[in-house]
Ligand binder design. Structure first.
Ligand SMILES: NC(=O)c1ccc[n+]([C@@H]2O[C@H](COP(=O)([O-])OP(=O)(O)OC[C@H]3O[C@@H](n4cnc5c(N)ncnc54)[C@H](O)[C@@H]3O)[C@@H](O)[C@H]2O)c1
Ligand SMILES: [Zn+2]
Ligand SMILES: [Zn+2]
Length: 350
């Protein structure tokens, strides 16, 4: 297969501006890297945080965003042995890590102090050819559909890891806050596949319909509910609340409510990253109700393999819509308005 010298990409030239669809050079992989011909990429809310620059972490500029890229390996460096030309591979958020620090050595590589972050500190998957460190690219089985698997590469891995971190066990209830979004729709599906009973919390009728079709046992609408805390508690068997809460929302308010409805001894897992937000919980309640509060950040290579295996087995079918890469800015505009139920995937060929 011949590799072109130029390709189409969406480039952010100025933080806070719009992305620009243009031709840029195709990069060349270093000795420990592979070049992936990206066919499809999911669009994560993190990409919107990156273009707005609303996190306390700078991006590279100019920047090619994207970290849910699924494609085919077309070139590799001379140190790469276990990834072959023609293999399916995924570009995920953690593009590379040092592999030597104590976090990397203990399979906590998302905590590596010197990570390469796709679509943030290194160019990501909103281009036709993207570089990934061979140690970190997701291994995608050939039987998987590249379009449908792309949102697994961030949304799927992240919520699967978060559900594991919650410690919730089969038969228990888990509130998914932001269930109608990209991560949320995946979380409802993974929760079901893991034997948990998901309670979906989001806004509007379209998201309600989707969440129920995906298997949520109940839906609480944050736009119309008069008492979210009571509405969540009352759908659990004894009314004590869900054993776990997975916070995926992009606003701060729901982070303040979770400690009020989680079941005593339950666990709140923070995953969504609203700008300038703080987590506030009553110390009295946290102590006397023995509540666990923790964060969860993407997943390691084993979490990646496990999340992909759920998908390969046909257990994860979260909805997505496909548009051309050239339409990426429209997707960001819809996301900013909170109007996306599920995920958007961009097709890099148009
Ligand atoms: N921790 C991690 O590793 C990690 C990984 C990926 C994404 N994220 C973050 O997770 C967040 C979600 O990403 P996404 O791509 O799913 O976004 P999304 O825009 O697809 O979904 C967010 C959802 O939250 C809902 N929401 C807003 N306010 C709410 C409220 N008060 N109560 C309930 N729901 C509410 C919205 O309606 C929307 O459906 C982003 O901040 C993103 O950066 C974190
Ligand atoms: Zn993401
Ligand atoms: Zn490291």
């Amino acid at each position: 297969m011949s590799i072109p010298t130029e390709q189409w990409a969406q480039v952010l030239e100025k933080t806070g501006g719009n992305v620009v669809y243009k031709k840029i050079p195709v990069p060349k992989p270093g000795p420990d890297e592979v070049l992936v011909n990206i066919k499809y990429s999911g669009v994560c809310h993190t990409d919107l945080h990156a273009i707005k620059g609303d996190w306390p972490l700078d991006t590279k500029i100019p920047l090619v965003g994207g970290h849910e890229g699924a494609g085919v390996v077309v070139a590799r460096g001379n140190l790469v042995k276990d990834v072959q030309i023609g293999d399916y591979a995924g570009i995920k958020w953690l593009n590379g890590s040092c592999l030597q620090c104590s976090f990397c050595r203990t399979a906590n590589e998302p905590l590596c102090p010197t990570p390469d972050l796709s679509g943030y500190t290194v160019d990501g998957s909103f281009q036709q050819y993207c570089i990934g460190k061979a140690a970190h690219v997701a291994r995608i089985p050939k039987e998987c559909d590249l379009e449908a698997i792309s949102p697994i590469l961030c949304a799927g891995i992240t919520v699967y890891k978060g559900l594991k971190e919650s410690g919730a066990r089969a038969g228990e209830y888990v509130a998914i806050v932001g269930a109608g979004g990209g991560l949320g729709s995946m979380a409802v599906q993974y929760a079901r596949a893991m034997g948990l009973h998901p309670i979906a919390i989001d806004g509007g009728a379209e998201k309600e319909k989707m969440c129920k079709e995906l298997g949520a046992v109940a839906y609480v609408d944050f736009l119309t509910s008069k008492n979210i805390v009571e509405d969540v508690k009352k759908v659990t068997p004894e009314g004590y609340g869900p054993e776990a809460v997975i916070l995926l929302a992009v606003t701060e308010k729901p982070f303040q409510q979770a400690a009020e409805y989680v079941r005593p001894k339950g666990t709140i897992v923070c995953i969504g990253l609203p700008a300038n937000a703080f987590f506030r919980a009553s110390v009295f309640d946290t102590v006397t109700r023995m509540i666990n509060i923790k964060g969860s950040y993407v997943g390691n290579r084993q979490d990646t393999a496990e999340a992909i295996e759920f998908f390969r087995r046909g257990l994860i079918k979260a909805p997505y819509k496909v548009v051309g890469l050239s339409k990426l800015q429209d997707v960001f505009d819809l996301m900013e308005a909170g109007k996306i139920a599920g995920r958007y995937v961009v097709d890099t060929s148009c």
